[in-house]
Design a protein around this ligand. Structure first.
Ligand code: AMP
Ligand code: MG
Length: 394
């Protein structure tokens, strides 16, 4: 059997970052910058007031209380040229340009709030409540380097340096296609021998949570031709495809039967539990990466975490690391098959990890009650209670 790490390495050797494209700022959330973003101006662009108050010469308010004439108001957005002479003040609002001659702002709270004359009760040091030009960003500074994942704050500073469009690697579009003659669409009645189709919902959601766009292409039966037709129809909008089911050792394995003859998708046994039957390759004229995951819901979920998620990061232009893990102490003894790496469903709480009772790869409710995967290495078949283990938080 193929080691887990080698399977991931093989996948990452094929998957490439998506080509950069220019998008409107509003569409950039969740994308990864494909350019260094430089500010054309200093930020703030001009010296301005940090508070509502009075622009003064600090020397004029050294001895308090003192009452001084207010010569004018300077609101935020005021484009005029203002100056104060000795012994004079202007009323100034937060964000308004500091008048020439002023070297401090006295907050309104330190005064009687006067509009013609103002009584100032506390002295202000030079520079008080002034935001200096360039104290956040100097003109020509790189505010965000290439490779930055754009979250709300990053999107904010893109706007803050005047950008309307930005060059990014887009969120990969991932089509999720389930196979299985036994699958019924949730919301429809179950016939005998049927189960409700859950994998495409789960995997499309996992895709979205990983920062890509997930599209359910629904489910097809176990007819290889139907599978191939649906896949062909979906390829046009896909940067990657995930299928579930139809890759095991039995008969009626449509994914394997349809894709194996192409010669571009490899089906293998990976030394892991759950999730042993795995397939990966490329399909179509654009050589779209395809992950053919096993149908058991827990198997397909674990396969996504281990193999698909790092590949999606690579496509986004982010570092493609295996899932991050922590160390914790197991609250129960565990068993694991020899030669396979186990990913036991578990509840991680502080420094302790408790495997859940139901560990079947079909037991999706048990997965939904877990928050972590407890990793048992290939060469370990038993661990006592109290053993320190690797844990992947979910
Ligand atoms: P397969 O990999 O197609 O042999 O399926 C393995 C097991 O997973 C079977 O019990 C299937 O019924 C179940 N299964 C396959 N696909 C799905 C799905 N999309 N949703 C829920 N269960 C599934
Ligand atoms: Mg099946």
């Amino acid at each position: 059997m193929k080691p887990v790490d080698r399977h991931l390495a093989d996948i990452l050797a094929v998957v490439r970052p998506l080509a950069p494209m220019e998008v409107e700022l509003e569409a950039a959330l969740g994308a990864v910058l494909a350019e260094d973003v430089v500010s054309p101006v200093p930020l703030p662009p001009f010296d301005n007031s940090a508070m509502d108050g009075y622009a003064v010469r600090a020397a004029d308010v050294a001895g308090v209380p003192v009452t001084l004439p207010v010569i004018e108001d300077v609101p935020a957005g005021d484009g005029g040229l203002h100056a104060i002479g000795p012994g004079l003040v202007t009323r100034i609002m937060t964000g308004a340009p500091l008048p020439a001659g002023a070297d401090a702002v006295v907050p309104v709270e330190w005064t009687d709030g006067g509009t013609i004359r103002v009584r100032i009760d506390r002295p202000a040091e030079p520079g008080n409540a002034i935001r200096r030009a360039g104290e956040d960003v100097a003109a020509g500074d790189t505010v965000l380097p290439e490779g930055t994942l754009i979250g709300p704050a990053q999107l904010g500073i893109l706007a803050g340096v005047g950008r309307r469009r930005v060059t990014v690697r887009p969120r990969p579009r991932v089509v999720v296609l389930s196979t299985g003659a036994e699958l019924a669409e949730p919301g429809t009645p179950l016939g005998h021998g049927q189960i409700w189709e859950s994998n495409s919902f789960m995997l499309a959601a996992a895709v979205r949570e990983a920062g890509a766009e997930g599209f359910r292409a629904g489910a097809v039966t176990d007819d290889p031709k139907e599978f191939m037709d649906r896949l062909d129809a979906q390829l046009i909008r896909a940067d990657a495809v995930i299928t579930s089911g139809g890759v095991s050792m039995g008969a009626y394995e449509p994914v394997k039967e349809a894709l194996a003859p192409l010669g571009t998708v490899t089906f293998e046994k990976v030394a892991m539990q759950p999730g042993m039957p795995q397939g990966f390759g490329v399909v179509g004229p654009d050589r779209v990466p395809i992950f053919t995951l096993p149908g058991n819901p827990v198997s397909s979920f674990v396969s996504f975490v281990l193999f698909v998620k790092p590949a999606l990061r690579r496509m986004q232009g982010l570092p493609a690391e295996p899932p991050s893990s922590v160390r914790a102490v197991s609250t129960a003894p565990v068993r694991s098959p020899a030669g396979r790496r186990s990913y036991l469903r578990a509840v991680l709480s502080g420094a302790e990890v408790s495997p859940v009772r139901r560990q079947g790869s079909h037991q999706l409710a048990a997965l939904a009650g877990a928050n972590a995967l407890m990793v048992v290495p290939e060469d370990v078949t038993e661990l006592p209670e109290g053993a320190e283990v690797e844990v992947i938080p979910l």
